[in-house]
Design a protein around this ligand. Structure first.
Ligand code: FUB
Length: 319
């Protein structure tokens, strides 16, 4: 497979004592970071924005690795639409990758076709598509998967744009048990408040409006005894907010905004990990030369949790 084990040149060297320069990927337009810590390495998967044009007709997923958060290795394109026989030429959007029991699982949204899952022998494949169909295909808003494995071994898949759902994955990681559950987007769970309105057929509907509102890009994890959902919120432009819970199935309680809207991009997309004793949040902006809301670039900030486990407001930096 092209680029397999292409543990290529570290393309960008240290920019300073605290870490690399933002955007951390300067050789192409990358978006939708999904970081995964395994052993002594941080694996950073991204979607890839096109060099020209508007929209997200994206075709590949890229992997970058680091052991020190300063020097990054470009592992190249590790998966593409061609890995899914059913994907057509729809967009290769925000991925999420988790290792389990010696295998690697890539959850990959194919715009308008659902969320597929690839099983790999290594962080960069080779991959196979065991289902030969989407794992999740119940709504056109099935994008932005994030997988969290709880201490008891139960894995959960969360996803959704303008709607937030989860399922319990089976131990195989390529199937799920029980029903798809919707997480209510209320003022209590994700901020904002509900408003009634009439749709084009004159039917009364409810929508979430107000000060804050879940949009997309959920990132689920546990720290201590608390469960966290960090996500893009607010419509256009998006910013990052989060909710917390005592359980992976909720109820979730809205906690507030943690990062403002990035420069040059109307979207943002979080990934939060602890690595070598420090906490990091990845996101994207449109600040690379020639960048825009359709030509985005992955960035990272180090931060420290508050003593009570809540997340502070995190400024965006250039370094
Ligand atoms: O990259 C396409 C879409 O942009 C993602 O699915 C969203 O999270 C936003 O970042």
């Amino acid at each position: 497979k092209k680029n397999l084990f292409a543990w290529a040149v570290a393309y960008m060297l240290a920019a300073g004592e605290a870490g690399a320069q933002n955007p951390i990927i300067q050789t192409r337009y990358t978006a939708d970071p999904a970081a995964c810590v395994y052993g002594d390495t941080l694996y950073l998967y991204t979607s890839v924005d096109n060099e020209e044009g508007e929209g997200y007709q994206k075709t590949i997923w890229q992997l970058y690795t680091t052991t020190d958060m300063v020097n990054w290795t470009d592992c190249g394109t590790v998966a593409s639409l061609a890995d899914f026989s059913w994907a057509g030429d729809n967009g290769a959007w925000a991925p999420h990758v988790v290792p389990r029991d010696g295998k690697w699982y890539m959850y990959a949204p194919i715009h308008m076709r659902g969320i597929g899952v690839l099983v790999g022998q290594s962080p960069c494949g080779p991959w196979r598509d065991p289902l030969q169909r989407a794992l999740i295909n119940h709504d056109i808003r099935d994008i932005d998967p994030t997988v969290f494995i709880d201490d008891d071994g139960q894995a959960y898949l969360y996803w959704g744009n303008n709607g937030l759902w989860y399922v319990k994955l089976t131990r195989s990681m390529v199937d799920y048990n029980g029903e798809i559950m919707e997480i209510p987007l209320t003022e209590e769970t994700v901020g904002g408040y509900e408003e009634k309105y009439k749709d084009e057929n004159g039917e009364e509907q409810t929508r979430l409006v107000g000060v804050d509102k879940y949009e997309e890009g959920p990132w689920a994890y546990k720290r201590g005894e608390k469960y966290y959902l960090v996500y893009a919120a607010g419509g256009i432009p998006e910013h990052l907010s989060y909710s917390m819970s005592d359980s992976p199935t909720g109820p979730w309680k809205y906690q507030g905004r943690i990062m403002d809207s990035p420069d040059g991009s109307f979207t943002t997309h979080p990934s939060v990990v602890d690595f070598k004793g420090r906490s990091y949040i990845f996101y994207h902006n449109g600040k690379l030369k020639g960048g825009s809301g359709f030509r985005r670039s992955v960035c990272v900030e180090q931060f420290e949790y508050n003593a009570d486990g809540t997340i502070p407001h995190i400024p965006m930096t250039k370094k």
